[in-house]
Design a protein around this ligand. Structure first.
Ligand code: NAP
Ligand code: ZN
Length: 352
């Protein structure tokens, strides 16, 4: 066991604070990583505050963080894919059973035995649950360690490991979106990556935002148009015109207002996970044969494909780098939709 500095919450109402956790000694198939940057995902906040208690109750202490970038410091004797010194990434997935149909289909996120970076039962029993990336180091099975393209800035790469793959995967699965009218709802961590990817795939990108102050940024990020979703007139103008919409909203909202934006056979995919269920109006779906679907991160192979694509196209997240000591303030800003457009924690600050 190795003692590691981390930031943890001890209850749903406690702020994150300095803690010491144990990491296992690398097994023959493990990679030990010194964490350089970790993105702050809204899922970290939902989990720390136990907002998903009915589906995934939080076990405390909770060390969040699943947008991890760092350098390999040690590898187990059987590891072939990574070596000390390599720049690598770890996202939401750190293990799975490798034999179920989902694993066979490279969709490890749906494996019944999927182990997530934090708040999942720890198979290695180092602790009751896994601890995430708000820490100095992590030990992960080599099959869940991703290669990071050398040309990309590590602070901006970290968010690709969750916000990146969560938006890339449904957009790719929808099909060829080039020339299609695509909406991205919510310009936060996921949303701004959604804009970058839909733009890169040649769509006509429209951002729906509740924050008028984000309009110029949205256009700068690649949006062709911006709709202030609180303005009924603007919403009405675009009703029934979208081929596809990606909904990244983290809080309670009227999903039907966005379903109405879809044209015939249009689809809206939910990736945001608000605390409470969203009531869906059947009529909004029926007229226009519209559909509503969901998507959860992406498999490991697809995550590597996304990282390689980002390397080729020079795509990273727009980040505000913070020391770990400012993470509680960052959570409060997330709740106010005040993030441009992802916080990336500089883990060197943990040594202070
Ligand atoms: P974020 O950075 O906080 O962005 C969320 C955005 O939603 C805000 O910036 C805001 O954008 C918009 N928003 C907030 N409250 C709203 C409201 N009441 N009505 C309409 N829009 C509102 O969060 P994130 O990290 O991108 O995560 C977004 C959601 O995705 C979270 O629920 C998270 O847990 C979930 N998530 C899911 C997956 C998955 O695999 N499916 C993976 C990661 C995260 P505007 O200011 O532009 O309105
Ligand atoms: Zn996430």
């Amino acid at each position: 066991m190795n003692n590691t500095k981390a930031y943890a919450a001890v209850s749903a109402t406690a702020p994150l604070a300095a803690a010491t956790i144990a990491r296992r000694e690398p097994t023959p198939h493990d990679v030990q990583i010194e964490i350089l940057f970790c993105g702050v995902c809204h899922s970290d906040l939902h989990t720390v505050r136990d907002e998903w208690s009915s589906v995934m109750p939080t076990v405390y202490p909770c060390v969040p963080g699943h947008e991890i970038v760092g350098r390999v410091t040690r590898v187990g004797s059987a590891v072939t894919s990574h070596k000390p010194g390599d720049m690598v990434g770890v996202g939401c997935l750190v293990d799975s059973d490798h034999i179920c149909p989902s694993c066979q289909a490279h969709d490890e996120q749906f494996c019944p035995e999927a182990t997530f970076a934090y708040n999942s039962p720890d198979k290695h029993q180092t602790a009751a649950v896994t601890y995430g990336g708000y820490s100095e180091s992590i030990v992960v099975d080599e099959r869940f360690v991703l290669r990071i393209p050398k040309n990309l800035d590590p602070a901006g790469v970290a968010p690709l490991l969750c916000a990146g793959i969560t938006t890339y995967s449904p957009i790719r699965r929808w099909g060829d979106i080039s020339g299609k009218k695509v909406g991205v709802v919510g310009l936060g961590g996921l949303g701004h990556m959604g804009v970058k990817f839909t733009k890169a795939f040649g769509a006509k990108v429209v951002v729906f935002t509740t924050s008028p102050g984000k309009k110029d940024d949205a256009l700068h990020l690649g949006a062709d148009e911006v709709i202030i979703s609180t303005d009924a007139r603007q919403m009405k103008q675009h009703a029934g015109t979208f081929d596809y919409i990606l909904n990244t909203v983290s809080a309670d909202h009227d999903i039907n207002a966005y379903i109405q934006m879809l044209g015939l056979d249009g689809n809206i995919t939910l990736v945001g996970i608000p605390e409470k269920p969203l009531p869906v109006a059947a009529f909004a779906l029926l007229f226009g044969r519209r559909s509503l679907s969901g998507s959860l991160i992406g498999g490991i192979r697809e995550t590597q494909e996304m990282l390689d694509f980002c390397g080729e196209k020079n795509i990273t997240a727009d980040v505000e780098i913070i020391p770990i000591q400012q993470v509680n303030e960052a959570y409060e800003r997330l709740l106010k939709s005040d993030v441009k457009y992802r916080f990336s924690i500089d883990m060197a600050s943990l040594k202070k």
